[in-house]
Design a protein around this ligand. Structure first.
Ligand SMILES: Cc1ncc(COP(=O)(O)O)c(C=O)c1O
Length: 395
């Protein structure tokens, strides 16, 4: 039996094999791997959120199928969240669709809007799913280089000179993963104007909105008509609920209806107590974000020391859950450094090439580990790590 041809265009997600390798290393050695690669928060959701989930489990109807559109409780909570944080007013019944995390939203949006042969602008470096979901939908991913010299933002003047006929979607994500760069409202307005000029939809993926970011923004603030923008949000990172699988897509009612038509064939709603607890999380006061960020700030300081110990160049002041560092010497790339580091010290840091060719010389360090692990990784690097002289003369 031959698999479907569409699978020829994509490969298994990098972390599937990498995590298996780490497991194998852990079973064969006393020195356990310190995994500073994955962006899965190690901290817990708030007590109130956990309590809401537990109580919800005993309520009548808790285990039944739920509405395809999500509960009105959760849609109202998402609407209130947008109003409180961003002064964006959304109609809970038609402009908001709860999702099982934002990752599935990338697929749903691609399937709902991309026809075979349509173009989709995908950031390089960027979250790999933008590109693979475009390919799975039969579209043509057109790389949009993000450069350090342009604050890791696309250059719309250069893009305008390209043949962008049949452009359907433009994927952006700020605070940016993997680079930690931020955007501002002026930039989002420029991006919406670019989308409008090309009759395309700007799809903004916003899972890191409050993390180490003192000016949280929604791209929906840049388009009152909502005609050229969709936004994905997620509770995975900002509320420590990655395994719960909760997020949303918001935008114009017609766009939400189109996504709904596809999505309702894929799943049958989300566990009701998860939706109740998610609504509670979204109503958390600003103290929650403040506390979370003070933990990540302490971790970030150790993270920068790790980057320094590895002679990686960083821009400083990164937002989100990662640090992005450039390998200083051209003799060795990010992947080689990551492999050597894992072999010698059992510290894993993600090589930047998995986010696109613009990431070849970079490593991405995750802040989703306790300070003690980050300190231990720093110590291992300072005491155990050196590269062979033919690979590098500067280490
Ligand atoms: C940029 C970006 N978008 C989306 C996701 C997926 O998040 P979720 O857990 O909401 O599916 C991630 C997860 O790492 C991410 O980094």
């Amino acid at each position: 039996m031959k698999e479907a041809l569409r699978l020829n265009q994509i490969s298994e997600y990098y972390f599937v094999a990498k995590l298996a390798e780490i497991e194998q290393l852990n079973s064969s050695s006393e020195l356990k791997v310190l995994n500073l690669g994955i962006g899965s928060p190690d901290l817990s959701p708030s007590e109130t959120v956990l309590e809401t989930l537990k109580q919800g489990m005993d309520e009548p109807g808790a285990h039944a199928y739920q509405s395809y559109r999500g509960t009105s409780l959760l849609r109202n909570a998402i609407a209130a969240w947008y109003k409180d944080w961003f002064d964006v007013y959304l109609l809970p019944d038609s402009q908001i669709l709860p999702l099982m995390g934002s990752k599935e939203g990338i697929m749903h949006i691609s399937m709902a809007f991309v026809n075979p042969g349509d173009k989709v602008l995908t950031p390089n470096p960027g979250y790999p799913s933008y590109r693979s979901c475009t390919l799975l939908a039969g579209g043509i991913p057109v790389e949009m280089p993000l450069k350090a010299t342009n604050q890791w933002r696309p250059d719309f003047d250069i893009l305008c000179k390209q043949d962008l006929s049949n452009l359907k979607l433009i994927w952006l994500n700020y605070p940016n993963m993997p680079t930690g760069a931020k955007a501002d409202l002026g930039f989002f307005r420029e991006a919406v104007a670019f989308a409008r000029a090309h009759n395309a939809i700007l799809c903004h993926d916003n899972p890191y909105v409050f993390l180490l970011n003192d000016q949280p923004l929604s791209a929906l603030q840049a388009d009152d008509s909502l005609e050229n923008v969709l936004e994905l949000t997620s509770l995975s990172k900002c509320y420590n609920m990655a395994g719960w699988r909760v997020g949303s897509v918001c935008g114009h009612r017609d766009h939400i209806s189109a996504i709904m038509a596809f999505r309702s064939q894929m799943d049958s709603g989300m566990l009701k107590p998860v939706q109740q607890a998610a609504a509670k999380a979204l109503a958390s006061d600003r103290h929650w974000t403040y506390q979370l960020n003070s933990t990540y700030t302490r971790r970030q300081q150790i993270g920068y020391k790790i980057m320094e110990a590895l002679h990686l160049e960083t821009a400083g002041n990164a937002s989100g859950l990662f640090l992005w560092g450039k390998v200083a010497t051209p003799d060795i790339n990010g992947e080689q450094l990551s492999i050597a580091l894992l072999q010698q010290t059992r510290v894993f840091i993600t090589p930047g090439h998995i986010f696109g060719s613009e990431g070849d010389q970079y490593l991405r360090l995750s802040l989703c580990s306790p300070e003690s692990d980050l300190e231990a990784a720093l110590y291992r690097i300072q005491t155990m790590f050196h590269l062979e002289s033919e690979q590098s003369t500067t280490y």
